[in-house]
Structure formats: structure tokens, C-alpha cells
Design a protein around this ligand. Structure first.
Ligand SMILES: C[S@@+](CC[C@H](N)C(=O)[O-])C[C@H]1O[C@@H](n2cnc3c(N)ncnc32)[C@H](O)[C@@H]1O
Length: 302
């Protein structure tokens, strides 16, 4: 069978298998290409010669095992092929951390223009998981130093492997911490994709999400506990011209309603996604202390 025929076949089977596409792809065809090319080690090119190549029997058997696991176990493809792409860069990806998919990738690729006036020298990736955001920021800003924080030792181990993969041991470090607890430092840019999924929403998510670590998804107080704790503390760790970018996805409406008097700037994306806000250090400074924690108390505690 030719590569192109196998892509068509897998794409049709994926489309009929009640799968969820959203962990790095958006359709059954993209997912089939991602899986097949990654397993075969083919570059993501549309070179017609690649598509016309014959698959060997061994290759087909190997691919078939993975395709069947994708359909039966609903394991996201990124975990099966052990790699994911973010902001144009390849990352090692496995069940130690969430699969990279934040729309923040588009902001990194645009070097946060026009939000950032100067190149950030010190960057913090809070809740870094496998490190995709912090590492791609380090690659976008070659003069910068990046700290990446997570509460999960598994995530930090994966993040360290990704730092090494990208040759960034001299500029990117990991910190094991519960958000800012016991933390010091001042950053020009804080980027964060924290857990923001409520218990109620979690129960309604497709089966693919059950393969991901719960600490990467669930946040109490209807999803707002961790985002509000970060906003409450962030100002103390930002330079005067600092900026914080935070993804809260589906919790954006509740966050806006909870923080009615805070000028949250919700960003728009060319390539899809949303629920990402920007706030400057100056704006954060104008907000009365503990407003965010008060917001937490007004949010139901489930
Ligand atoms: C949504 S995942 C984001 C991972 C990565 N930044 C990305 O975009 O793919 C959230 C991460 O927050 C971490 N986390 C959860 N609670 C935390 C806490 N209290 N302090 C630090 N990290 C935390 C989880 O371990 C998880 O890696």
C-alpha cells in the first residue's frame, strides 16, 4: 500500500471511530498524517514523492498497532508517537505532562507583538508542564533567561529533557514550586497556562483527556482557584514594564464576571483558540491588594 492510500484509509477509520481531535490536530485527516509521519520519521512535507512511497509490511504492521490503540483506547496521538509540535518546534511528549496545544503558541511566534515594547530579558513560564511555552519563548528571544515552574516532579523531568533537546541548558532552568510559594525573582514577561478546568467541565470532557495528568487540568473554585492565586501574587514578581499573559480557556467568562473591575485584555487569535488574557504590571499595581483572593471567596468552592 502507498503512504497516501494508507493516510486516506486511516483518516476514514478515525472519522468513523468517535474520536476527539483537539490535542494538536483538528481533523481525522490531520491526525492520520501526524501519526503516520511521526511513526515513520518523515518530515511534515507535502512532497508528492513521499506520498507515493510503498509501505513495507513491517512498517504497516507497526503503524496498524498504533492506529488501533488510538481508536480502542482513545489515547491521544501525541502520547502514542511521543512527540508534539508547539510554536513550530518539536517537543518530547508523554504522559508525565499535558499535551502542548495552547493558543499562546501564536503569541510566541509573533514575539508577543504588539503587546511587548522591549525584548524581555527575564521570562517566567508558570505551570510549565513539559516546558513547551518557556522553551519556545527562549528560542524566540535568544538573549533571554527563562525560569519554568511546576508543582509536578514528573513534568519538570520532562521539561529538563526538552531543555536539553533544544540545547538551552545555559538559559532555561526549572523550579519545583507550588506557584510562587518561596519564590524570588523579577520577570519582564510571565506566561502561564495553568489548570483552569472545573470539576463539572472535567466530567464532560472526551475520553482522550483522561489520559492526561489531572493536576494539569483541574482547578477548584469552578476552575478559578489557580488562575486567581497567580493573578494575586504576580505583581510582586514583575518588573515595572512587565506583562503577564494567562490562558484560562473556557473559564474566561467566569473570570471576567468575578473580576468586573479589573481591565483584563482578552486577546484574539488568527489561528483559532481564545480565553487568553494580558495584563501589564502597571494595571496589576492599580488593583487593590487581595482583590483576586476576594474573587476566589465569591466563587463557589466546587
Ligand atoms: C494546563 S497544564 C500546562 C502545561 C504547559 N504549560 C502547556 O501549556 O502545555 C498546567 C500545569 O500546571 C501545573 N500545576 C498545577 N498546579 C500547580 C501549582 N500549584 N503550582 C505549580 N504548577 C502547578 C501542572 O502540573 C501542569 O503541568
Amino acid at each position: 500500500m502507498k503512504v497516501i492510500d494508507y493516510i486516506n484509509d486511516v483518516s476514514d477509520r478515525f472519522a468513523g471511530a468517535e474520536l476527539f481531535f483537539g490535542h494538536g490536530t483538528e481533523s481525522s485527516r490531520d491526525e492520520a498524517i501526524y501519526l503516520i509521519y511521526s511513526i515513520l520519521g518523515i518530515e511534515f512535507s507535502r512532497d508528492p514523492a513521499t506520498l507515493k512511497k510503498e509501505l513495507s509490511g513491517v512498517q504497516q504492521q507497526r503503524l496498524e498497532r498504533v492506529v488501533i490503540e488510538r481508536m480502542l483506547e482513545k489515547t491521544p496521538t501525541a502520547y502514542l508517537v511521543k512527540e508534539a509540535w508547539f510554536a513550530g518546534h518539536k517537543f518530547i511528549c508523554d504522559k508525565r505532562a499535558l499535551i502542548p496545544r495552547s493558543p499562546i503558541a501564536e503569541l510566541v511566534q509573533n514575539r508577543f507583538e504588539p503587546l511587548l515594547k522591549d525584548q524581555p530579558k527575564k521570562i517566567l513560564d508558570m505551570c510549565c508542564g513539559g516546558g513547551c511555552i518557556g522553551i519556545s519563548c527562549a528560542l524566540a528571544f535568544p538573549e533571554s533567561y527563562v525560569d519554568m515552574v511546576d508543582i509536578s516532579a514528573d513534568c519538570l523531568q520532562l521539561a529538563e529533557e526538552n531543555i536539553e533537546l533544544h540545547g538551552l541548558l545555559d538559559r532555561v532552568s526549572v523550579v519545583h514550586s507550588d506557584l510562587f510559594k518561596g519564590f524570588s525573582g523579577t520577570y519582564d514577561l510571565i506566561v502561564t497556562n495553568p489548570p483552569y478546568v472545573s470539576k463539572e467541565e472535567l466530567d464532560s470532557l472526551p475520553a482522550e483527556y483522561q489520559h492526561e495528568p489531572l493536576t494539569g487540568l483541574l482547578s477548584r473554585a469552578n476552575g478559578l482557584e489557580i488562575p486567581l492565586r497567580i493573578l494575586n501574587d504576580a505583581a510582586s514578581y514583575m518588573s515595572e514594564t512587565g506583562l503577564i499573559i494567562m490562558e484560562v480557556g473556557s473559564s474566561s467568562k467566569l473570570l471576567s464576571d468575578t473580576l468586573k473591575n479589573v481591565p483584563l485584555l482578552w486577546l484574539e487569535f488568527e489561528h483559532g483558540g481564545g480565553g487568553v488574557l494580558a495584563l501589564s504590571a502597571a494595571e496589576l499595581d492599580r488593583i487593590p491588594p487581595a482583590s483576586f483572593i476576594n474573587g476566589l471567596h465569591t466563587t463557589r468552592s466546587t
